[in-house]
Design a protein around this ligand. Structure first.
Ligand code: URA
Length: 427
């Protein structure tokens, strides 16, 4: 292999041979290809892109750099991945709901990235919850409970782990072929039959425009299916937070509320939709209405909440232990009108300022801080009405966070159109 020639060929816009991509990725994983050459390659891909055939080979090569799980139980095995958003806690109720319906969910999840929260950080607000299960422990929790949500070990797609860190510091993260390979190599390694992707667009999402989200969704669906996983993508709106709660402990509380049938409509609607897509794809319940009824039964009977409690206990945690919240501070509307805009990215920054997210790698989180967003775009509000609530003990920090949250909520005299939460499904 001549790495310099592979880089030059991509720089000049050529389609690479399968063997070149495979050898490059394998060489990078073993350390034979140095970071400086891989960084140059990543930049060439960033500018020139990759065909679907090349992206599929890249994904397969990253997948083959590590272990792949298999599940001999006979149950369908599925997962969901979200490209990340503000207040997106769907994974926490989704995994137990699907497990109750006979679908195994081996969910390898991540920590907060930029302004978006991470499922593992949220789960760690539960007393005792361990996210660092070994692969053997992870297998046994999935086999016993039907679902587990844990962190990646170095054994899963190690080439992605290295390349992701390199992209992060070389300005090459927003490349659709590399995002596709990064997400799918980790998900396919879970040994799943079906995958549903929640590709978000908007102010609180990675993809700021609908067009980019559609492009990413098409790439993920095509490559996922080519790798033998039945893959569907749902494109959803992230121009306002999902549900009301943003933070860590408060998002676990809202997940529990969903499993009691008490969550905000948007959060429940999206969780149900993603579960239904999986029940359809796995063949557990191909009819949309029957699938919705099956899921509703898991909520009405308390089976979903019981399953979450069981999963948490198998991770060493206690879902019933009180999760503290810091002192509540209300943010008041200074004029009457209609909510025209909620800049979710600013809410994400406010949570980070309160210690609920990281400014630097390794920062310890304060799980008890957060925001409750009391309004949605299109709501009519009166001057003096609370529009959001912060949970923050530190008065100085609360002052700055209040400023960010007030600036995030725009009010106008004209009622804006309400945008659909679920924009499109790509199969
Ligand atoms: N999430 C990932 O896992 N990889 C990316 O490249 C982007 C988001």
């Amino acid at each position: 292999m001549n790495v310099a020639q592979i880089i030059s060929a991509k720089r000049d816009g050529s389609e690479l041979a399968e063997s070149d991509i495979q050898q490059l990725v394998a060489g990078y994983a073993t350390g034979d290809v140095p970071d400086y050459q891989m960084a140059a390659f990543a930049m060439a891909v960033f500018f020139q892109g990759m065909t679907i055939a090349e992206t599929t080979v890249l994904t397969r090569a990253m997948l083959d750099s590590g272990e792949q799980l298999d599940w001999p139980t006979g149950n369908p095995v599925a997962d969901k991945h979200s490209t990340g958003g503000i207040g997106d806690k769907v994974s926490i109720p989704l995994a137990p709901l699907l497990a109750c319906c006979g679908v195994s969910v081996p969910m390898i999840s991540g920590r907060g990235l930029g302004i978006t929260g991470g499922t593992l950080d949220k789960l760690e607000s539960i007393q005792g919850y361990r996210c660092d299960l070994s692969l053997d422990e992870f297998r046994s929790v999935v086999n016993f409970c039907g679902c587990s949500i844990s962190g990646a070990t170095g054994a899963i797609a190690p080439a992605d782990k290295k390349l992701y860190a390199l992209r992060d510091v070389t300005g090459t993260v927003p490349s659709i072929p590399m995002i596709t390979a990064s997400i799918l190599s980790k998900k396919v390694a879970e040994g799943i039959d079906s995958l549903v992707l929640d590709v978000k667009w908007g102010s609180g999402a990675f993809m700021k425009t609908l067009e980019r989200a559609q492009e990413l969704a098409r790439s993920l669906v095509t490559v996922g299916n080519q790798l033998g996983v039945s893959t569907t993508a749902v494109i959803t709106d992230m121009n306002q937070p999902l549900g009301r709660m943003i933070g860590n402990a408060v998002e676990v509380d809202e997940s529990v509320a969903l499993l009691k049938g008490e969550a905000p409509t948007d959060l429940t609607q999206l969780t149900m939709e993603l579960c239904i897509r999986i029940l359809e794809a796995t063949g557990v319940e191909p009819d949309h209405n029957n699938a919705a009824e099956l899921l509703q039964r898991q909520i009405d009977t308390g089976a979903g909440l019981k399953k979450l409690t069981e999963m948490v206990a198998n991770h060493g945690g206690n879902l019933d232990a009180t999760r503290e919240r810091e002192k509540a501070v209300d943010i008041i509307a200074d004029e009457s009108g209609f909510v025209r805009r909620i800049s979710s990215d600013r809410l994400g920054v406010a949570v980070i300022e309160m210690g609920g997210g990281r400014k630097q790698l390794g920062d310890q989180l304060n799980h008890a801080t957060g925001i409750e967003c009391l309004v949605k775009i299109g709501d009519e509000i009166e001057q003096g009405q609370p529009v959001a609530r912060l949970f923050c003990d530190d008065e100085n920090v609360a002052g700055y966070a209040s400023y960010l949250v007030s600036a995030a909520i725009g009010i106008s005299p004209i009622q804006p159109d309400r945008q659909p939460l679920i924009v499109e499904t790509i199969k």
